[in-house]
Design a protein around this ligand. Structure first.
Ligand SMILES: [Fe+2]
Length: 383
């Protein structure tokens, strides 16, 4: 597929995700981690304007010089920006303005791409732009779920939303022998810089579950008083549970003595067979401890992942998010993409049911702070 087709496909998918939204849904920011949908559609547009059109398309006229302040996310090299907590306080630019901005940049991109061959540098930036927009497609879905799922009316996002069903695998834990293994990206095509360099690790004998923990299994932990037993929690996790009065995964509600769960279809009874969703690293760790087991490290996960089905949930690992040997930041603003976040976060492996198609790899490293759980996160046990 050529670059213009790739561009069109990725941009249209973002529009399709927003299609069920009402104008008011685009604007709110209920907590700092959640960005208003209108910010996502402006920011992904800003990315192509800032990193492709302004530096490489001589005839491009900037849509509005004030937008850099509004839609820059975290790039210090690209100037000052609105603070993240204020993204939901902006009634201007309006949703209509931002959709106009999107169309303007799209038209300019098609003109730019119609000019002929692009250099290798630009091609690389374009592919990063596509992957960046795909990351925001997942964030859009997680943020939309948070916005609608924290509305007291629990409106459905879309009754047409289809959740792929993964059947559990029979049999016990998969055994992996001790030895030296290679991890990290080693393929053709795109990877993020944090998947490099490929390198060797030594792993001891370990075993890993072929299945994710289900809601029914996690209910046993809740009913056994897991949230009230300090022995299973990190000190920081125990503080988090008590400060926030956490009693269950995000989106679970007790209604008439029964657990209900907010989904894209609205509030529904908790499906006991479904993979557990929306838990923090602290909860994942505490559950594993309660079972007398542990979470895998990111390297164990990567080495074993050819032997189980993955892709339903982002799976918390025991690994801190750190640079691989030989990791190097790209020069310029793009060097801020991943490297500066390598402190205080846990690695998650796999992908989720809201990850964009063809965006997943066995070497992909997602990362979040241990208390966060609005992403589609789950648990795979190891020993
Ligand atoms: Fe971004």
């Amino acid at each position: 597929m050529d670059l213009a087709d790739c561009y069109k496909k990725v941009r249209q998918r973002t529009d399709a995700i927003c299609e069920p939204l009402q104008t008011e849904d685009y604007v709110v920011q209920p907590v700092v981690d959640v960005s208003p949908p209108k910010w996502h559609i402006g920011h992904t547009t800003w990315f192509f304007e800032t990193f492709i059109l302004k530096p490489y398309f001589a005839e491009y006229q900037e849509f509005d010089p004030n937008y850099n302040f509004v839609f820059n996310s975290y790039y210090e090299s690209v100037g000052t920006r609105v603070i993240r907590t204020d993204r939901g306080n902006l009634s201007r630019p309006t949703v209509i303005d931002i959709k106009r901005y999107r169309k303007y940049v799209d038209d300019a991109m098609y003109n730019f791409l119609a000019c002929g061959d692009v250099s290798d540098d630009v091609r690389e930036l374009l592919i990063l732009g596509f992957n960046h927009e795909e990351q925001h497609q997942e964030l859009l879905l997680t943020d939309i779920k948070y916005i609608l799922g924290h509305n007291p009316l629990f409106p459905a996002y879309s009754h047409d939303w289809h959740v792929p069903k993964a059947l559990p695998v029979d049999g016990g834990f998969i055994k992996i022998n001790e030895g030296i293994y290679e991890v990290g990206f080693n393929g053709e095509g795109f990877s993020f810089d944090n998947e490099l360099n490929r390198h060797k690790v030594y792993l001891n004998n370990f075993e890993i579950s072929p299945n994710l923990v289900t809601n029914a299994e996690y209910l046993e932990f809740i009913e056994a008083g897991g949230y009230h037993d300090f022995r299973h929690w990190h000190a920081a996790g125990w503080d988090w549970v008590n400060t926030n009065h956490v009693e269950a995964p995000m989106y679970w509600h007790q209604v008439d003595g029964k657990w209900q769960n907010y989904t894209f279809h609205g509030l529904q009874p908790v499906n006991r067979h479904e993979a557990l969703n929306h838990i923090s690293f602290y909860e994942a760790y505490a559950y594993a401890s309660w079972k007398g087991l542990r979470l895998p490290t990111e390297f164990e996960w990567e080495v074993a992942a050819t032997q189980f089905n993955w892709g339903q949930r982002w799976e918390w690992t025991e690994s801190a998010y750190l640079p691989y040997p030989g990791f190097a930041k790209a020069p310029g603003a793009i060097g801020e993409y991943n490297g500066k976040f390598m402190v205080g976060q846990q690695v998650l492996r796999g992908a989720s049911e809201v990850t964009s198609p063809n965006h997943s790899r066995i070497t992909y490293r997602n990362f979040f702070q241990p208390e966060l759980r609005w992403q589609f996160t789950g648990i795979r046990l190891a020993k």
